[in-house]
Each structure stands twice: as structure tokens, then as C-alpha cells.
Design a protein around this ligand. Structure first.
Ligand code: CO
Length: 136
């Protein structure tokens, strides 16, 4: 298992439009992609910075994982995502290492990518997402 890129750093925000406006005003970066991901209870925007993204996440309701995160911890770093070539092999490796997985099987995230989350207890309190980006 060898991640080949830091795919994205995800930030939980209360107001996606306001956050995007701030990123554009201060850093001159804009969203390349915006999508409502019902399954994860978020509206997300992907802001490209070099070969990686900043992913801004606004919860669709307070009763979602990101909604509860915002309620408890406020805006800020939610997770980091590592790009891998083969997400099944990566999950198998983590299972063999005894890591606690949130997703035993990959599911579909934004951009149609295959994703899986690893419990933050495994890595310095940081939620890690594995992402196998869609081809092309
Ligand atoms: Co993510």
C-alpha cells in the first residue's frame, strides 16, 4: 500500500458559498467541481491547488456526520484523503494490519471516486479517506 498523492484535505464549513468566496478572495482559487452527495449528507466543492484539492464540506442537515462534527468542533479540518491505485488492496492491507475501518467495502463518493474511511483512532486522531479516483 503506497498512496501516490494527497488527493484532498477536507474542511467542514457552515456555509459553502461563503467559504468559496473567501478562498477565492484570499487565495485566488475557485471550485472546479461542486456536487450534492446525498449518501454522505454533504454538499461538497473541490478547489484545485496544484495536483491536490481542498474539499469544502457543508452538511445537508445537522443530523449528518459532518453536521455533528460542526456542532461539536466547529469549522475546520475534517479529514485528509490519500489517493491509491487499488482501494481493495489498500483495505486488505489495513485489515491485515488490524486497523479499524469505517468502511469495510469501498463506496462511491463525489466525482464517482471509490472511497473508504479509516477510523481516526488509527492515525493520530485524524480521519483518513482512501480514494481511488475515477479514470480519465
Ligand atoms: Co473527502
Amino acid at each position: 500500500m503506497k498512496p501516490y498523492n494527497l488527493d484532498h484535505v477536507a474542511i467542514a464549513v457552515h456555509d459553502l458559498d461563503a467559504a468559496l468566496a473567501e478562498y477565492e478572495r484570499l487565495y485566488g482559487v475557485t471550485a472546479l467541481h461542486r456536487e450534492r452527495v446525498e449518501e454522505q449528507g454533504v454538499e461538497e466543492a473541490m478547489v484545485a491547488v496544484g495536483g491536490s484539492f481542498i474539499q469544502l464540506l457543508q452538511p445537508l442537515s445537522p443530523e449528518t456526520p459532518v453536521g455533528r462534527f460542526l456542532d461539536q468542533r466547529g469549522e475546520g479540518l475534517h479529514h485528509i484523503a490519500l489517493a491509491v491505485d487499488d482501494i481493495e488492496a489498500a483495505l486488505e492491507h489495513l485489515r491485515a494490519e488490524g486497523a479499524r475501518l469505517i468502511d469495510e467495502q469501498p463506496r462511491i463518493g463525489g466525482r464517482g471516486a471509490r472511497i473508504a474511511f479509516v477510523h481516526p483512532k488509527e492515525t493520530t486522531g485524524t480521519l483518513i479517506e482512501l480514494v481511488e479516483p475515477p479514470l480519465g
